[in-house]
Design a protein around this ligand. Structure first.
Ligand code: SAM
Length: 176
């Protein structure tokens, strides 16, 4: 599976999806408003953990899992698991389960979404660059609304031209 980033010595990436991009989008209003009621998060496909400090600004309990990348930020109070999300057995659930530029990499997206659903008490967040319109992207293309309809779920989504990335907030409990 491809999709590994080249990290800079500080642990960030170069290009459009630098930390400053997430600081000014996912971790800013109005999108941050979806996250603020919650305190525990699992970041799936977390990479080297470059988003950990952003999660920690708002969340008490921060876990991440990545198939192959170790934690670059070992001094932060997080739980970083190097394992395959598809097979790893978690002993707890989380308020929020997030995929930041990782959901499109999974081959069996319904199975992965179903696992995320079993782990998320309130919210699933999927951040991916828009893929539907690009016919050349092969198995990384997916229609999230088709997947969600099988689970009786809908979403709030943000696709702004100036952002150029799809942010999907999926409420898994009806009280919200
Ligand atoms: C494009 S990188 C994004 C990393 C991170 N979310 C970020 O934005 O910096 C995708 C990550 O997903 C991880 N990944 C892919 N398949 C995985 C799996 N089955 N279980 C856990 N992590 C996986 C890869 O190792 C890679 O680090």
């Amino acid at each position: 599976m491809s999709g590994l980033y080249s990290y800079t010595p500080t642990g960030d990436v170069t290009g459009a999806r630098r930390l400053t991009f997430y600081q000014s989008t996912l971790f800013s209003p109005p999108m941050l408003d979806y996250l603020l009621p919650y305190s525990s998060v699992l970041d799936v496909g977390v990479g080297n953990g470059r988003h950990y400090k952003l999660w920690l600004e708002h969340f008490d309990t921060v876990w991440g899992i990545d198939k192959s990348v170790k934690n670059h930020f070992a001094d932060l109070p997080v739980t970083h698991i190097v394992s395959d999300f598809e097979t790893y057995e978690f002993n707890r659930t989380f308020d929020v389960v997030a995929f930041i530029c990782s959901f499109y990499l999974f081959r069996n997206k319904k199975k992965i979404f179903s696992k995320a659903l079993s782990l998320a008490d309130h919210l699933i967040v999927i951040v991916d660059d828009v893929k539907w319109e690009d016919r050349k992207c092969g198995s990384s293309c997916y229609n999230l609304d088709d997947i969600l309809s099988e689970f009786g779920l809908g979403r709030k989504r943000y696709i702004e031209r100036k952002i150029g990335t799809r942010f999907s907030f999926i409420q898994v409990k009806k009280e919200l």
